[in-house]
Write a protein that binds this ligand. Structure first.
Ligand SMILES: Cc1cc2nc3c(=O)[nH]c(=O)nc-3n(C[C@H](O)[C@H](O)[C@H](O)COP(=O)(O)OP(=O)(O)OC[C@H]3O[C@@H](n4cnc5c(N)ncnc54)[C@H](O)[C@@H]3O)c2cc1C
Length: 227
């Protein structure tokens, strides 16, 4: 294996697997390295599902990126022959002028996204069992849904391989250095070189970037799926 690449991607979870696939698809010589064999249960991209939605309350500037993401998930489904995205709709409820509902309305109105506004009483009638403060409101975003997160990682890695990417599994990166036009990335066995490095280490980012002393505080979060 030649040790020189256009780009090395450190970490092949949800973020790194997409990066390595799209770089390879774009004709780049790319190497992806992971300390485990994704999808695995130690990182952030573990479990059955992740929500995807367009009407981001966080900021309306995300919406064009999300529209593009929907297109790319559809393309990936066609490529891998697996269903990855399920449009279930997403109901968000809370104070009418709270950050979430106000932000959803702003994104939807600026980008012409379909949403349905309802009172809490209407929402409880339509979705029995849903309980909230009587003064709350609710918004249904019909285009929102979920992605099968581990299948997404698998599909991106498969796509990357098919486009010629080299993938190293079960090989922790132990060190990396960046010079003006070259990075070197070392595992226990070998050192690799590239023009650029993408660090997509998820919860290990604090370790991989410790020389910069970013104030990263890693938290464990739990998810449950009910049958
Ligand atoms: C509980 C929970 C719920 C979430 N819900 C949603 C949601 O509904 N919708 C949504 O969009 N997002 C959601 N997210 C966020 C989303 O899941 C994460 O943003 C995403 O999975 C992050 O992927 P990642 O590739 O950055 O990290 P990871 O999946 O953790 O991947 C990092 C990879 O780097 C590898 N690695 C680390 N260090 C090294 C090293 N030294 N050498 C080689 N490899 C290394 C690891 O093995 C791992 O495979 C949620 C996250 C959590 C935790």
């Amino acid at each position: 294996m030649n040790n020189s690449y256009d780009c090395i991607v450190l970490g092949l979870g949800g973020v790194g697997s997409a990066a390595v696939a799209h770089l390879a698809l774009g004709g780049r010589r790319v190497l992806g390295i992971d300390r485990y064999c994704p999808p695995h249960s130690y990182g952030s991209s573990h479990g059955q599902t992740r929500i995807i939605r367009k009407a981001y309350f966080e900021h309306s500037d995300y919406v064009p990126l999300l529209k593009r993401a929907y297109e790319l998930w559809r393309q990936l489904e066609t490529e891998c022959g697996d269903k990855l995205y399920f449009a279930t709709g997403l109901l968000q409820a809370g104070p009418a002028d709270g950050e979430v509902l106000s932000g959803v309305r702003r994104s939807a109105s600026e980008h012409d996204l379909p949403i349905e506004n309802m009172t809490m009483a209407q929402a409880s009638l339509r979705f029995p069992g849903l309980v909230g403060e009587p003064t709350w409101q609710a918004i249904l975003e019909p285009d929102a849904g979920y992605l099968k997160v581990e299948a997404c990682v698998t599909a991106h890695l498969q796509s990357a391989r098919q486009s010629g990417a080299q993938l190293l599994m079960n090989q922790p990166v132990v060190n990396w250095h960046a010079k003006l036009n070259q990075v070197s990335v070392a595992t226990a066995n070998q050192t690799y070189f590239a023009n650029s490095l993408i660090i997509a280490a998820g919860p290990w980012a604090a370790q991989c970037l410790n020389r910069y002393r970013f104030p990263l505080h890693i938290l464990r979060k739990h998810l449950y799926w009910y049958p």
